[in-house]
Write a protein that binds this ligand. Structure first.
Ligand code: SAM
Length: 554
């Protein structure tokens, strides 16, 4: 989302990607048009981009509040929004955001912060455990929530996945702050629609909200350098219903293309029923018609197909109420996009792989493949000889002890045929768990490394080179967001260094592996050659079944 001028690590740590005026105006246009709000809050207000246009929709002399954890940003916001009260603080702790009847409008763009980045001891952003604890405390003190609603929000807050980023507790805070009939307006990446960690949010939305409108940036153009689509979600708090009731609700989805964007608005070129720009979307929302226009489509989906994965996730999730689990009647359904193609003929009840007791997961993500993956060129009794890397000119090839390399299928082209034979694999991942460099002795934890084993000179040199190498974006491997969490400490020192991958789990060592085949964009002849090669690989069955017992199937 829109970049701030100050340094990127500060920006990432606070999740300071501000919405900008155009996204803010569009979100305001999606708010129910005939309504004036008696109170409004942005609990993660930044410099006030979202609150500024929303103030137009608030009754005079209403309670308008913004909360911002970063003092200079809060100061900037206060100067910009003189009619609002800007609180410098942490919204997961601030007592000032709990008001007797709940808020009429809660609008925000929550921070997408990975807690792993919060390693600085003086960081103002609390740890994930602290945020969960604070969120539960906030919910417990909310007088406007009925006892069952309070218990419902608490169950979600206590049980959302620890892998989620800060956006999940932020959603829960925002939703719980609303009065009955209050409106939630939120800027989110599309991940909230399909990531498993965001499933409790989809569940909560269906149970507690009506008139759910989702506007999607299908051209991925609303934010500079955005890698993911943005969604704007607007919904009205209603009486909490059962999950089965929630699944009967509709979601109105508007897909907005890049050609609609103009100099002053993201939908400057949108036309509907003689209306243009914001007036067009307001009119569309009045009718909620299924239409395709000039660069946009709008469609009402039933919740089961819009959130097709939710039923199977909710059936087993810790955050689902016990009675809801057994009451969920329907089974997994097809996603809306597929139903559109197949039509609405009667579908059989689908059985998911998890129903059959098969767990699926992504393979290993090292966070820095260029550092952790090694190409094995030959082997001796105790060692592999691995090829040097283009980023590490000083090591052409070097030897690594066999127990420091685990052979891997890095991609489809590593495998000939349909069965993986470890002995034939030419790639491995660097696995260091109980050895450290001699230079790390002073900083290591005495508890963890009671008997210190020192890495070979070659690996010490390789890690050292990896520490000084700077990539084209000016970053060191150890600073990559998925590598820096490898570093862990106890009170006597490091228990794990950046060059140590976490222990492998079952999903990293699967019985069956489906490799990705669409990892490159190719055109013309190159693409057709590659397709032929892939087809050949897919249908090649080895002449002889390998004898190796530890083979995996592709
Ligand atoms: C993604 S930005 C969005 C700001 C603004 N709502 C907008 O749309 O432009 C999130 C903001 O929340 C602030 N923030 C992060 N954690 C917070 C917390 N616990 N309490 C209050 N503000 C927080 C960040 O400093 C950042 O300015």
């Amino acid at each position: 989302m829109m970049k701030q001028s100050h340094n990127t690590s500060h920006q990432k740590r606070y999740g300071q990607y501000f919405s900008g005026n155009k996204v803010a105006e569009l979100l305001s246009a999606l708010l129910p048009s005939s309504r004036l709000y008696s109170s409004a809050i942005d609990p993660m207000v930044g410099v006030g981009d979202l609150l500024l246009p929303a103030i137009q929709k608030v009754q005079p002399n209403s309670n308008v509040v913004g909360v911002e954890i970063d003092a200079p940003i809060a100061e900037q916001c206060a100067q910009r929004l003189s009619s609002a009260r800007i609180i410098k603080g942490d919204s997961f702790c601030s007592k000032q955001i709990i008001i007797p009847g709940g808020w009429d409008l809660v609008i925000t763009n929550p921070p997408y912060v990975r807690y792993q980045l919060q390693k600085d001891e003086h960081s103002v952003i609390p740890s994930s455990a602290k945020i969960r604890h604070n969120l539960c405390k906030q919910i417990s003190t909310m007088q406007h929530l009925s006892a069952p609603d309070k218990a419902f929000f608490l169950k979600l807050a206590q049980n959302y996945s620890g892998l989620s980023d800060m956006a999940v507790p932020s959603w829960l805070l925002c939703a719980s702050l609303l009065s009955n009939k209050g409106v939630l307006a939120i800027v989110v990446p599309e991940a909230w629609l399909n990531r498993e960690y965001a499933a409790p949010i989809r569940y909560m939305l269906l149970k507690c909200f009506d008139n759910i409108v989702v506007a999607r940036d299908v051209g991925t153009c609303w934010f500079e350098n955005a890698l993911v689509r943005t969604c704007l979600v607007v919904a009205e708090r209603s009486n909490t219903v059962t999950f089965n009731e929630g699944l009967k609700k509709n979601i109105y989805q508007i897909d907005l293309g890049a050609n609609l964007v103009g100099a002053t608005s993201l939908i400057e070129n949108m036309y509907f029923e003689g209306h243009c720009n914001y007036a067009a979307i307001v009119e569309l929302l009045l009718w909620k018609m299924n239409v395709s226009g000039n660069g946009y489509t709008a469609h009402s989906y039933d919740a089961t197909s819009a959130f097709s994965d939710l039923i199977s996730i909710a059936k087993y999730a810790k955050w689902t109420a016990q009675e809801e689990r057994s009451a969920v009647t329907s089974n997994s359904v097809l996603p809306a996009e597929l139903t559109k193609i197949i039509g609405s003929r009667n579908h059989p009840d689908y059985v998911s792989l998890s129903d059959l007791g098969i767990t699926c997961g992504q393979g290993l993500r090292t966070g820095a493949n260029d550092f952790f993956y090694m190409e094995i060129v030959s082997e001796e009794s105790q060692f592999y000889i691995v090829r040097g890397k283009s980023w590490c000119k000083q090591l052409q090839s070097f030897s690594v002890k066999k127990n420091n390399i685990i052979k891997v299928v890095q991609n489809r082209s590593n495998v000939d045929g349909l069965v993986v034979v470890p002995a034939e694999l030419g790639f491995g991942v660097l696995r260091i768990s109980n050895e450290i460099r001699a230079t790390d002795r002073a900083s290591c934890s005495r508890k963890k490394f009671s008997e210190i084993r020192v890495l070979s000179d070659a690996l010490t040199g390789y890690i050292g080179a990896g520490e000084t190498y700077v990539d084209s974006r000016g970053r060191h491997f150890k600073e990559y967001s998925a590598v820096s969490p490898n570093e862990k400490k106890d009170d006597s020192g490091f228990t794990s260094y950046w060059y140590m991958l976490p222990s492998f789990t079952k999903r990293h060592l699967p019985d069956l592996c489906v490799t990705r085949i669409n990892s490159m964009l190719m055109y013309g002849k190159e693409a057709s050659n590659r397709k032929q090669e892939i087809d050949r690989q897919h249908y090649t069955i080895p002449n002889q079944r390998p004898k190796d017992k530890h083979c995996g199937k592709i």
